[in-house]
Design a protein around this ligand. Structure first.
Ligand SMILES: NC(=O)c1ccc[n+]([C@@H]2O[C@H](COP(=O)([O-])OP(=O)(O)OC[C@H]3O[C@@H](n4cnc5c(N)ncnc54)[C@H](OP(=O)(O)O)[C@@H]3O)[C@@H](O)[C@H]2O)c1
Length: 349
């Protein structure tokens, strides 16, 4: 069995390549969520991670997925059994200012991947986002709730979902963090070294999700070729404020340094609107009898421990968070992460 991973240099892609290659992702549990997710999975063709399953990762600049001919030539050469399509332009505020680039990278590129995969009979697993919802629901979103994206990023990712078709798989996840890449955990740990209060928005609710737990769950969907939409997040929910407090606490810092602010008080305001509630009920996964991912706090503890053990410069060679206590506007509008650093200055301070 052969699996192509797009976005293989990204934070999720790196862990997907590790898991599918039979390597433990950094911050993992020896499987996922207590080790259960990949136990007993029947892999096609007698292959399994580390035992005959071949993983081929690709990313920019090797292959630009917006180039239809290049994607077709690549897939017809590699001839995978499955494609995990994690590549995306994930800079939410960047997308807001350049819709053409956003739709090319997130929607048209997905069309190319699906078309090419179809030519070789490969199953497609497309990674999507909680930002396909408008955030007005008073309960966690089900897979069957109608999407209503508010941002260009959310619309372009939803457009990508529509390209996948009924036989493919869509995995919606949220607030992604991992050992590799720039993310909220690394940003907070970096800001912990600077004096003064840290301010994060307290009126956006979601589920932090850790790539070491998400990647094995996606691998299971690949193995079983389960079609349809799956919400896949770590358990529990919080706000960016609560998340920042938890990161500091997990690293042994004073969590009382974090102060909540309202989204409306971000100065300057972020270009792209974010959903106030983007908690995803992992209903399709749960109702399929599959084991829930660990609580986000548990996964956070593992990641913070792994970063500490690695002696990580948390800004890291993988991608730096913003410098200083308050994220400069440039970092917050061009950062790679789906949800770039949430630190902000309150109006008038
Ligand atoms: N990060 C989050 O909080 C979050 C939340 C919900 C869902 N998601 C989804 O989860 C997936 C993985 O996210 P992530 O955080 O791992 O993202 P990431 O670290 O930004 O990785 C995405 C990768 O895709 C590459 N890429 C962008 N445009 C491409 C193109 N035209 N052709 C080929 N590769 C291209 C990027 O390269 P460059 O870096 O050079 O652009 C990057 O290496 C994405 O589909 C994202 O939409 C993420």
């Amino acid at each position: 069995m052969r699996v192509v991973v797009t976005g293989a240099a990204g934070q999720l892609g790196r862990d997907l390549v590790d898991v599918l290659s039979g390597r433990e992702p950094v911050g993992g549990t020896g499987g996922v969520s207590g080790g259960a997710v990949l136990d007993g999975v029947a892999w096609p063709h007698g292959a399994s991670p580390g035992h005959g399953l071949e993983v081929v990762g690709t990313d920019l600049p090797e292959l630009d997925l917006t180039d239809r001919a290049a994607v077709r030539a690549y897939i017809e050469t590699v001839r995978p059994d499955a494609v995990v399509h994690g590549a995306a332009w994930t800079a939410v505020d960047g997308c807001e200012g350049d819709p053409d680039r956003a739709f090319a990278a997130n929607a048209l590129a997905t069309r190319h991947v699906v078309e090419a995969a179809g030519r070789v009979g490969a199953h497609v697993v497309y990674v999507s986002t909680d930002y396909v919802f408008d955030g007005t629901s008073s309960r966690p979103y089900l897979e069957w709730d109608p999407p209503r994206p508010m941002s260009v990023y959310g619309r372009s990712k939803h457009a990508g979902e529509l390209e996948v078709g009924p036989r493919g798989t869509v995995v919606r996840t949220s607030w992604v963090c991992g050992f590799h890449g720039a993310n909220m955990v690394k940003t907070v740990l970096r800001l912990a070294g600077s004096p003064g209060p840290l301010r994060f928005v307290g009126d956006q609710h979601g589920s932090p999700t850790f790539t070491a737990d998400l990647a094995p769950a996606i691998a299971r969907l690949v193995a079983e070729r389960r079609p349809g939409v799956f919400h896949l997040t770590n358990g529990g929910a919080t706000t960016w404020f609560g998340f920042a407090q938890a990161v500091l606490a997990a690293a042994g810092h004073d969590s009382a340094r974090v102060e909540p602010i309202a989204t409306a008080d971000l100065d300057p305001p972020r270009p792209a609107p974010r959903p106030a509630n983007s908690v995803l009920d992992n209903a399709a996964w749960r109702l399929s009898g599959l084991p829930a991912l660990a609580d986000w706090n548990d996964a956070l503890g593992r990641l913070v421990a792994a970063l500490g053990a690695a002696g990580a410069d948390v800004a890291g060679a993988d991608g730096a968070g913003p410098a200083g206590r308050a994220a400069p506007a440039a970092d917050r509008t061009t950062g790679r992460a789906d949800e770039p650093p949430a630190s902000a200055v309150k109006k008038g301070i």
